[in-house]
Design a protein around this ligand. Structure first.
Ligand code: SAM
Length: 280
């Protein structure tokens, strides 16, 4: 089946509309594991009082909130996302503030009449089927010498939290994600991320890597939470496997996490994160 760009984006919107509240509770509102990146991103961008900032694919507002605390009353920050539920969750979490707004936008197609000093995009570049189009669009919406800040997860083998499950699930369910979908770790190395951003015409590109630790509890906690968190279309495919195949799948995931299992039987995953900064 041929990859359909529009269907892929619509599927992402409906998945995020379902999982945003769970994502917020489990990840974004907690400054732990990979989300230690939020402070690092804001620090590396050197956000100043008075800056006008767009937080693209803001999700439930974790970066937006942090930036708002740095820009003072003369600056403003806009969080933009294609999921209305993510925006609703962000608004409820941060509240109504004078220098803050949220808009429902598609990263490939947005336009603002005023240009920004900074545009951030944390944990989303890999979801855009046409990342070049998004980056060029970001460039158009930045002031001259405006700053870009992008955070992505490292390559699959550097983020075993994802790969320990995903590698096995895709063996048992080859169409787990729509055929032809872009790889979610395609910007997970310094060179691949840098090349993509350079191709869009950015300058002074720097990529730093961080390795955070994340402990999801015991294997049973890890597995149970995956099933609880995952969006319905994926959960349905796992459930359709039937009892014995599902048990085989669970056991092969269990094998994968052995190297990360501590003496107290909890898991400690390393989690690589790349943070890119660049000028327009
Ligand atoms: C993993 S979340 C990251 C959210 C937030 N930046 C954070 O760090 O928590 C990915 C977000 O990208 C958004 N997204 C995916 N495709 C998008 C698109 N084409 N335009 C705008 N937002 C998009 C999703 O709705 C989701 O909120």
């Amino acid at each position: 089946m041929k990859f359909n760009h529009i269907e892929y984006k619509q599927r992402n919107i409906s998945i995020w509309n379902e999982v945003a509240p769970r994502y917020h509770k489990r990840w974004a509102s907690i400054n732990q594991g990979p989300f230690q990146s939020t402070s690092k991103l804001v620090q590396l961008l050197n956000v100043n009082k008075g800056d006008k900032v767009l937080d693209l694919a803001c999700g439930t507002g974790v970066v937006t909130k942090k930036i708002r605390s740095e820009i003072g009353s003369l600056g403003y920050v806009i969080g933009g996302d294609s999921s209305v539920t993510a925006i609703k969750t962000a608004k409820k979490w941060i509240g109504i503030k004078p220098n803050l707004d949220f808009v429902n936008i598609d990263a490939e197609n947005f336009y603002f009449s005023e240009k920004f000093d900074i545009i951030t995009c944390q944990y989303a570049l890999f979801f855009f089927p046409n990342a070049q189009r998004v980056l060029k669009n970001i460039k158009k919406n930045l002031k001259k010498k405006g700053k870009l800040g992008i955070t992505v997860h490292g390559a699959a083998n550097k983020v075993p939290f994802f790969s320990s499950i995903f590698d096995e699930v895709t063996k048992f369910i080859p169409d787990y994600v729509p055929p032809g979908s872009p790889d979610l770790d395609r910007f997970g190395t310094k060179s691949s991320l840098k090349d993509e951003v350079r191709k869009a015409g950015f300058d002074k590109i720097s990529v730093k890597n961080f390795v955070f630790k994340f402990n999801p509890g015991t294997f049973d906690d890890y597995w149970k939470n995956y099933l609880r968190y995952v969006a319905t279309p994926l959960k349905e495919k796992i459930d359709a496997l039937g009892r014995s195949q599902k048990l085989k799948l669970k056991n092969s995931v269990r094998e994968n996490v052995i190297p990360y299992t501590l003496k107290n039987q909890t898991i400690e995953f390393p989690w690589e994160v790349l943070i890119l900064t660049a000028n327009s």
